[in-house]
Design a protein around this ligand. Structure first.
Ligand SMILES: [Zn+2]
Length: 387
């Protein structure tokens, strides 16, 4: 399915066979050879071949989709207090400097770490978060298409917060994955289609800070479970061109992926996850290509860092917008998918005295820090486009 080189080779064979007449497929007799060679040479330089080459390209259809992803939206009290207005909350000013970068992608993903249960049940901070609905308004305005709700804070405020959050994401027209209100919803694969390319989304978390899942309701939060992951990927693959998996995993504040993260990502990739979006460590971890045994490659961003939070330490203020282009080529011999041009736009959460929170593009904000983080992000993918 992902074998682009096979498709290119086929196109070359077809073109070659047109240019070379029937020499590849039939046995010419000796007497005809000289005539044929000179005729073939003429043919090579005659414009008549144009028509035949066009016939080959006409049956090939190429479409592309850009996918973007940001990490943790962790709305501590410093952040929601800063967003407070006379009538509610307004997070828009915090996103102003990065808005165009989020909106420009065809599909944009975010990790909704602090559950968005809404102010009606009382906003709250660490260790038991609850975020106002207005964050969703801002994400909608900034082009976010899908959020993961599966993380260690999913169960912080119980079922009411989950119900409110799911209903509000539905109301906003933002897709959500990883937390559901029924077994049927959990078993329904979430897909987004753009430019004739269908993406399926799956999401899992390592745990929920010791809060047990309410009895008989495992659908409330998807936990990392290899059997579940394998069967979900199988169903997702049958419904989509590209499987995107959100994984809430790794050790907090570790700037490189752990052996466990690598092992799980490789497992998911081998099962068919094409793009893995990792988060939880609250700091950036360098992305990597994973080589699968079928010859395909999967792209894993082990940790996307904090996109917006009240955490103060330098590396916990750093996040970014991951990007990748997915190309679909439909030809006579089938369809191929190419995951290409991985990229990363570095960001920094600026604030002073717990006020004036702003997500800033790092390159413009701090050139030295940009150089340092750029090098860090290119640890494994040396040609990663960092800006
Ligand atoms: Zn987390």
């Amino acid at each position: 399915m992902k074998n682009k080189s096979l498709l290119i080779m086929l196109a070359i064979i077809l073109i070659t066979s047109f240019i070379g007449g029937s020499t590849i497929f039939s046995q010419p007799n000796e007497a005809d050879m000289e005539k044929r060679v000179s005729s073939d040479l003429r043919t090579l330089y005659k414009p008549t071949k144009k028509t035949e080459v066009t016939e080959v390209t006409e049956v090939t259809e190429v479409t592309e989709v850009s996918l973007a992803a940001v990490g943790d939206l962790l709305i501590h009290k410093e952040v929601y207090n800063d967003a407070k207005t006379s009538s509610g909350y307004d997070f828009n000013p915090m996103f102003q400097e990065v808005s165009s970068h989020l909106s420009s992608a065809d599909i944009t993903f975010a990790n909704s770490e602090s559950i968005m249960g809404g102010a009606a049940i009382g906003v709250s901070t660490y260790p038991s978060f609850n975020t106002p609905f207005e964050l969703g308004d801002t994400l909608k305005a900034n082009g976010i298409d899908i959020v993961s709700m599966s993380n260690n804070h999913t169960l912080d405020r119980g079922v009411p917060a989950i119900e409110n959050a799911i209903n509000q994401w539905d109301f906003l027209g933002i897709e959500k994955v990883g937390s559901y209100l029924s077994p049927e919803e959990r078993d329904t694969i979430t897909t987004i289609e753009k430019n004739d390319i269908t993406f399926s989304f799956l999401a899992y978390t390592y745990g929920t800070n010791g809060i047990p899942t309410p009895d008989g309701k495992p659908y409330l939060v998807n936990r990392i479970d290899k059997d579940l992951i394998a069967s979900d990927i199988k169903r997702a693959s049958s419904k989509s061109d590209v499987v995107v998996m959100s994984l809430h995993f790794g050790k907090e504040y570790e700037r490189n992926p752990s052996a466990d993260q690598k092992e799980l990502a490789a497992f998911a990739a081998e099962q068919g996850a094409d793009i893995i979006l990792g988060h939880h460590p609250h700091v950036l971890q360098p992305p990597e290509w994973i080589q699968n045994t079928d010859g395909s490659q999967s792209l894993v961003f082990y940790s996307l860092g904090n996109f917006l939070s009240g955490q103060e330490e330098k590396y916990r203020r750093i996040g970014g917008i991951a990007g990748v282009t997915v190309q679909k080529v439909k030809g006579m011999e089938g369809t191929s998918i190419d995951i290409k041009e991985p990229r990363f736009k570095l960001t920094y959460v600026d604030f002073e005295n717990d006020q004036d929170f702003k997500i800033l593009p790092m390159k413009e904000f701090n050139a030295d820090m940009f150089q340092e983080l750029s090098k860090h992000m290119k640890t494994s993918i040396h040609d990663l486009l960092v800006n």
